[in-house]
Design a protein around this ligand. Structure first.
Ligand SMILES: C[S@@+](CC[C@H](N)C(=O)[O-])C[C@H]1O[C@@H](n2cnc3c(N)ncnc32)[C@H](O)[C@@H]1O
Ligand code: SF4
Ligand code: SF4
Length: 350
């Protein structure tokens, strides 16, 4: 999204006009959550409790991609659940690429073999994010709820690292939680053995498992011991270990899971004008942070994406977001750098 937004941000006046209107003529990026299920059982996630029945079929997803291309969408992120539970995952990514859309994805990496990996790299998938939550099976497999998950994901990382081409970026996501935060320096040393382009530490969002989110004591320990070590070990572009902030106020907010320190209570979110999320069964939402937490803004089985993106419900949503963000937004830390960059532009001209 950052790269895609960078392509947009040159035109300040256009940004102001877009934000002041309830209509948005183009989409910059989309997230397709195409599978309502998973082969792993991560303790911090609920996807594996869901059923795949009723997921969009190949033809329906192709129609969404056609609609996105018509709206000049520059990037589509494929995810789930676990996207490779779909037999047509690679075909859909290839189809998006043929339409001129940049393809990115997130996967747990356990369902890929050498042949699929080579096909994925050839598309070319521009950014492939693998989730790794610990430096060895004892931590990773416990978090991911599946024996051998670590071995399979590491095998995928090895193959990706070996066969990647100039256009493929390999990224790692790690959800920081009570079980793994002290093991992150060990994970940092492990990752140094591979050709990766970035490593994102994600503060865990609690669902029903509140007890495994780091407490204020954990966060203080992390900031005193783990983060400084990580800063020394990791030299990847844009890597930051300071996911909970640095001041006492930041740490207190993070212990309440206000990871963006309530940025969106005060400042706008431009995402409903630029981005769309399509859920496994065709429901559409403005973003991941609102997925299943608000009423969907329509379903692509009933109308095309272009009609929905500028339909009555979407227009009302934009008007409402301009006036006041939602309760969900106060916990959100998505698109923070993009929104901060856009707000700097908007403030320049108001
Ligand atoms: C929902 S998963 C879907 C993709 C794939 N199954 C995977 O695990 O990479 C997308 C990303 O969300 C992360 N994630 C899962 N549960 C989370 C939570 N409670 N808080 C923050 N991130 C979470 C995953 O680790 C993964 O990097
Ligand atoms: S592998 Fe991904 S989708 Fe599956 S349970 Fe874990 S985080 Fe959720
Ligand atoms: S949940 Fe986050 S990304 Fe979504 S509209 Fe609110 S602030 Fe924006």
């Amino acid at each position: 999204m950052r790269r895609a937004l960078d392509l947009y941000t040159g035109n300040e006046e256009a940004l102001r006009m877009r934000y002041e209107s309830d209509i948005s003529p183009t989409i910059i990026s989309a997230k397709l959550k195409l599978v309502d299920s998973c082969n792993l059982k991560c303790f911090m996630c609920r996807y594996w409790t869901r059923k795949r029945t009723g997921d969009l079929n190949t033809e329906e997803v192709c129609r969404v991609l056609d609609g996105l291309a018509a709206l000049k969408c520059k990037k589509v992120h494929f995810t789930g659940g676990e996207i490779f539970m779909r037999k047509d995952a690679l075909f859909l990514m290839e189809y998006a690429h043929i339409l001129g859309i940049r393809v990115t994805l997130t996967t747990n990496g356990t369902l890929l073999n050498k042949e699929k990996i080579k096909r994925l790299l050839r598309i070319p998938a521009r950014s492939i994010t693998l989730s790794i939550d610990g430096p060895h099976p004892k931590i990773h497999d416990t978090i991911r709820g599946q024996k051998n998950a670590f071995k399979k994901t590491l095998n995928t990382l090895t193959l990706l690292s070996k066969h990647k081409r100039r256009k493929n970026k390999i990224r790692i996501n790690t959800v920081v939680n009570q079980r793994n935060h002290t093991y992150l320096p060990e994970l940092a040393y492990l990752l140094q053995q591979f050709s990766i382009d970035s490593w994102l530490l994600i503060p865990m969002d609690a669902w029903e498992e509140k007890n495994k989110v780091p407490t204020l004591v954990d966060i203080k320990r992390y900031n005193t011991i783990v983060a400084p070590l990580l800063e020394e070990i990791v030299h990847l572009e844009n890597f930051s270990p300071w996911i909970y902030g640095k001041t006492n106020g930041d740490l207190n907010s993070s212990a309440q899971q206000h990871y963006a320190r309530s940025y969106y209570q005060k400042k706008p979110c431009f995402i409903p004008w630029f981005h769309v999320l399509v859920g496994p069964k065709g429901d559409i939402y403005p973003c991941c942070g609102t997925h299943r937490l608000i009423k969907p803004l329509g379903n692509i089985r009933e109308q095309g994406i272009a009609e929905l993106f500028n339909g009555e419900q979407y227009q009302q949503f934009r008007a409402q977001m301009r006036a006041k963000r939602l309760e969900q937004c106060h916990h959100c830390d998505d698109f923070l750098s993009e929104n901060q960059a856009l707000e700097v532009l908007r403030e320049k001209i108001v």
